[in-house]
Design a protein around this ligand. Structure first.
Ligand code: MF3
Ligand code: CO
Ligand code: CO
Length: 295
């Protein structure tokens, strides 16, 4: 076998590494590594091109439309399983498939996540009937033409307690405040800063066992984006697509995962939790919210 320091096979007499040794893409360009390559190599962040952005925009729009339709029928008396059945039909009719179904280990068993009251996230649809006073997060994640959409909203049923209303409002405010700071050059840590400072000012806590994430080409891409105060100094750049999905608790921040189903995450103290989720694209001018639902 010829080594890097052996004479090149071409007969030039020059070491192989200085002659016909295969070069990395960036070496051919004189050592210039594109932002796209740097972000992938350093952080596993996929910077998207125009075609990919268009695909993710379509998937995000579909996710929002399906989410709105499910929220519209989430009324007293309906079960979360019926919401899941309805969601399956909508995904199918749109030519998409659920990213959640069979995702992870143990495989997530349903099309959507339905997280009620003290459930923080990853609630599994079942025979539970919605009732007056409930708060419910519905999380929708279709794969359309190979691209991933991901968004969620809260629904309130009838007259809800002050504590439940507080987390519903504060989690929405946290989401919108963190989106407002997004533009190229801003560090990822600015998101957690905007969220935790507002949540604590409103007397709530921020869950730190689950994070937001890059999304689009895969379901959960880099980077992981904490909603709590942190020092993650990755500057945002145009072409990044990621979610923000703050989980805000009325009491303690700690989550306990259901030992039987291994998914349902509940607040440790049983007090209320809420979450809203958008998918965002970083643009030259600032940002664009790709998911189109409105509160
Ligand atoms: N949609 C969730 C998110 O926002 C992930 C759900 S994974 C599942 O990242 F398996 F629980 F469905
Ligand atoms: Co998400
Ligand atoms: Co989601």
């Amino acid at each position: 076998m010829i080594g890097r320091n052996d004479p090149c096979w071409c007969g030039s007499g020059v070491k192989w590494k200085k002659c016909h040794f295969p070069k990395l893409e960036h070496e051919k360009r004189g050592g210039v590594i594109s932002i796209k390559e740097q972000y992938f190599n350093k952080y596993h962040i996929i910077i998207k091109d125009e075609k990919q952005i268009e695909g993710i925009r379509e998937a995000s729009k579909l996710a929002s439309q399906i989410l709105d339709a499910i929220c519209a029928i989430a009324k007293e008396g309906i079960t979360t399983q019926e919401l899941d059945d309805f969601a399956s039909r909508l995904y199918k009719d749109a030519g998409s498939v659920p990213a959640t179904l069979n995702y992870g280990y143990p495989p997530f068993p349903k099309t959507i996540c339905t997280s009620l009251n003290e459930v923080i996230c990853h609630g599994i649809p079942d025979s539970t009937k919605l009732k007056d006073g409930d708060i419910l997060n519905i999380d929708v994640t279709p794969i359309l033409h190979g691209y991933y959409g991901d968004c969620s909203r809260m629904v309130t049923l009838g007259k809800v307690s002050a504590e439940r209303q507080l987390v519903v409002d504060v989690s929405y405010e946290c989401l919108m405040r963190s989106i407002a700071v997004l533009k190229p050059g801003v560090p990822v840590s600015a998101i957690g800063e905007a969220i935790e400072s507002h949540a604590t000012a409103r007397g709530c806590s921020v869950v730190n066992q689950f994070v937001a994430h890059g999304v689009g080409i895969e379901f959960h891409e880099g980077p992981q984006i904490p909603h709590y105060r942190n020092t993650l100094n990755i500057p945002l750049v145009p072409g990044m697509t990621f979610t923000i999905e703050p989980m805000i608790n009325a009491g303690v921040r700690e989550a306990v995962i259901d030992p039987k189903d291994k998914w349902t995450a509940r607040t440790r103290d049983g007090r209320a939790s809420a979450q809203w989720e958008h998918t965002i694209l970083i643009t030259d001018a600032g940002h664009e919210v790709l998911t189109t639902w409105k509160r």
